[in-house]
Ligand binder design. Structure first.
Ligand SMILES: [Zn+2]
Length: 201
């Protein structure tokens, strides 16, 4: 550290977000122009802010994620709601307004599975969406599925079933695990399914 009067990190963040009162903004700006060290720290603040924004946007997607993704989101201050289920398990779940990401840990023995599909089904077990050939490591004890937080926050109380299947030669399917989510809406209002039903394929 060669800067004698470093702008503190909270101040830098406020500056980046344009929350510093105009009168003080000028002083911060002047310091940043003359101090490479603090300017570089501002760059880090900007990179973190962009990372958080990207993670939050990714939170709206239905996708399979990695442990590293969940760890990074937690480290960057996002509120991650997680439910862990064994194969054949079920869970009572919900989502609150302050949750940023919603993750289901689906435990399964993936050994020997060359291609794994994740099927999202309605409460009766009818397949609605299929994530085909998801990234898995055969040594991993399961799959991390991210439900869209936007979808979950809008949804009414409902039951969803997820199925992990191994697709073998000749397209035969082997069930690796089935997971039941009994979702209770705890946000105000009755909720609605925000996505139109997917066309039959
Ligand atoms: Zn400085």
């Amino acid at each position: 550290m060669s800067c004698a009067t470093p702008v503190d990190s909270a101040r830098l963040t406020d500056y980046w977000l344009a929350l510093v009162p105009e009168a003080e903004e000028h002083a911060v700006e002047e310091h940043l122009f003359s101090c490479g060290e603090c300017a570089a720290r501002l760059g880090e603040v900007a990179a973190i802010a962009a990372g958080i924004r990207r993670l939050a946007q990714e939170g709206s997607l239905r996708m399979v994620v990695s442990e590293a993704f969940v760890r990074r989101a937690t480290e960057e201050g996002l509120q991650v709601r997680q439910y862990a289920l064994p194969a054949g398990g079920s869970v009572e779940c919900t989502v609150t307004a302050s949750d940023d990401l919603l993750i289901a840990r689906l435990a399964a023995d993936l050994q020997g599975a060359k291609r794994v599909d994740l099927c999202i089904c309605d409460g009766a077990g009818a397949e609605q969406v299929r994530l085909a050939d998801i990234p898995v490591h055969s040594g991993a004890g399961g799959v991390l599925y991210q439900e869209s937080i936007t979808y979950a926050k809008a949804a009414p109380s409902n039951r969803m079933i997820a199925r992990l299947v191994a697709v073998e030669e000749g397209a035969a399917e082997r069930l690796l695990g089935e997971y039941t989510f009994n979702h209770t809406r705890t946000l105000p209002g009755p909720g609605a399914f925000p996505e139109p039903p997917l066309a039959e394929s």
